[in-house]
Ligand binder design. Structure first.
Ligand SMILES: Nc1ncnc2c1ncn2[C@@H]1O[C@H](COP(=O)(O)OP(=O)(O)O)[C@@H](O)[C@H]1O
Ligand SMILES: [Mg+2]
Length: 208
């Protein structure tokens, strides 16, 4: 089983959007569980809004993450996506970093936003000393459609200790409009196709 946590201490960078769509994309390929670890319960509220069943199982873990017993009775996923609260200091995030295989760190495509994640990089490196299997990647979110990264951002990424995935998530209206209906980009029509393609590429990148 594969555990992927989506973390960033900042709110609004796209953790929930990425967790929900990543889980829906994985669910096209294998049984997938999305665990909502944010006390605000955004991902679970999203799922409860859905007008059609979501392809993945969704659970709100109000009590945090129990690394000894991460699954509830009857859950048998091959992939577990953890949507984390916007903090680094909670026991939940500390436990998550100690036990998962992968963290994805959404960052907005500006050098300032990247540098504000420096403490996050330190927390990940500290966790990697105990958890040798932990792989971390930045995932650029809200990249302007059809434009490339600025050269300032390219430079900042080169200096950053955590590598970024080759595929970025573009800023697309369909991420917002599908969320408003409690759906994912995997359940909307042809206008979701470019978004599905980028999530499928991201899934291929995190599985290798
Ligand atoms: N790639 C994107 N394109 C368009 N809107 C996005 C994108 N990613 C996130 N958003 C929007 O940005 C806001 C914050 O995203 P959210 O996933 O809730 O962030 P977080 O969970 O980190 O607080 C939401 O309104 C969401 O719909
Ligand atoms: Mg969120």
């Amino acid at each position: 089983m594969h555990y992927i946590a989506v973390i960033n201490q900042k709110g609004g960078v796209g953790k929930t959007t990425i967790s929900v769509n990543l889980a829906a994309g994985f669910a096209q390929r294998m049984p997938t569980l999305l665990v909502d670890l944010d006390p605000q319960g955004t991902a679970s509220a999203w799922a409860s809004l859905a007008s059609q069943p979501l392809p993945m199982q969704v659970r709100h873990a109000a009590g945090g993450f129990d690394a000894e017993r991460p699954l509830a009775d009857g859950e048998r996923p091959e992939v577990v996506i953890l949507d984390c609260p916007p903090t680094l200091d909670s026991d939940t995030v500390v436990r998550v970093l100690r036990s998962v295989d992968r963290v994805l760190i959404p960052v907005l495509p500006s050098p300032l936003d990247l540098w504000s994640s420096l403490r996050l990089a330190e927390a990940v490196e500290a966790a990697q000393r105990d958890n040798r299997k932990l792989q971390a990647s930045l995932l650029i979110n809200q990249l302007e459609p059809r434009s490339a990264l600025s050269s300032a951002m390219e430079g900042a990424l080169r200096e950053f200790s955590i590598p970024s995935l080759p595929t970025a998530v573009r800023r697309r209206a369909v991420y917002r409009s599908s969320a408003m209906e409690g759906l994912t980009v995997f359940q909307v029509g042809t206008n979701g196709a470019p978004a599905r393609a980028e999530f499928n590429a991201i899934i291929d990148e995190v599985r290798t």
